[in-house]
Design a protein around this ligand. Sequence first.
Ligand SMILES: NC(=O)c1ccc[n+]([C@@H]2O[C@H](COP(=O)([O-])OP(=O)(O)OC[C@H]3O[C@@H](n4cnc5c(N)ncnc54)[C@H](OP(=O)(O)O)[C@@H]3O)[C@@H](O)[C@H]2O)c1
Length: 203
Amino acid sequence: MATVYCTATSLDGFIADDDESLSWLFTTPGATDNAPGDTAPEGAGPELHFDRFFENVGAIVCGVNTFEWVRRDLTKDGRPFVWPYELPTWIVTHRSLEPVDGVEYFAGDVADLHPRLVEAADGKDVWIVGGGDLAGQFADPGLLDRVWVHQCAVVLGAGRPLLPRRLRLHREKLEVNGQFTAMVFRVVGTEPRDSSQPAPPED
Ligand SMILES: NC(=O)c1ccc[n+]([C@@H]2O[C@H](COP(=O)([O-])OP(=O)(O)OC[C@H]3O[C@@H](n4cnc5c(N)ncnc54)[C@H](OP(=O)(O)O)[C@@H]3O)[C@@H](O)[C@H]2O)c1
């Protein structure tokens, strides 16, 4: 069992652009989308595909902006909203939202939520969907075990950050899938600042 932040990211470290759009992600071709005549790059394989990750997920935690993005996306054709994952899910928010089947709301220190996520996952992994600061909140008390990214061959220049913390990671796996590079990292710990440099001024 592990607590894993799994997300897609641009090459320059954004999980959504500055319009909160993911169009850049959905237009990135995977290996099976290659044009006729393209050859799969060496190392291409399905082991790090999102579906393989999801097979071992037992509970989900997600920030409210991501939740609202999913809600907008799934209801744009007028359909009623149904949370798309049949797994115990917590949405972190301070807002008063209408109840949604299969979803609980939580506000506060994620270290207090973590034991409930682990219990609900029942031996499987806890998936931190995002955003990046939520993953950082789990990393702060040492509760983030892995970062699993699908990096797209695109730069966005601005947007929502992948993981706005200073963390040392150790890459465990790498796989190429079309114009995605999938990588799994173990979180080693906080990355110290260079002590030979003057500390940045405090606010
Ligand atoms: N590329 C991908 O695969 C991927 C993955 C995930 C998300 N995204 C995208 O990234 C964007 C959202 O990212 P985001 O950075 O805005 O983050 P987010 O994590 O979705 O939402 C952040 C909000 O969650 C609430 N929150 C966070 N921690 C909390 C806590 N401990 N207790 C209570 N409330 C808490 C706060 O809102 P309130 O105080 O207002 O409640 C906070 O402003 C969306 O556009 C989404 O589609 C992309």
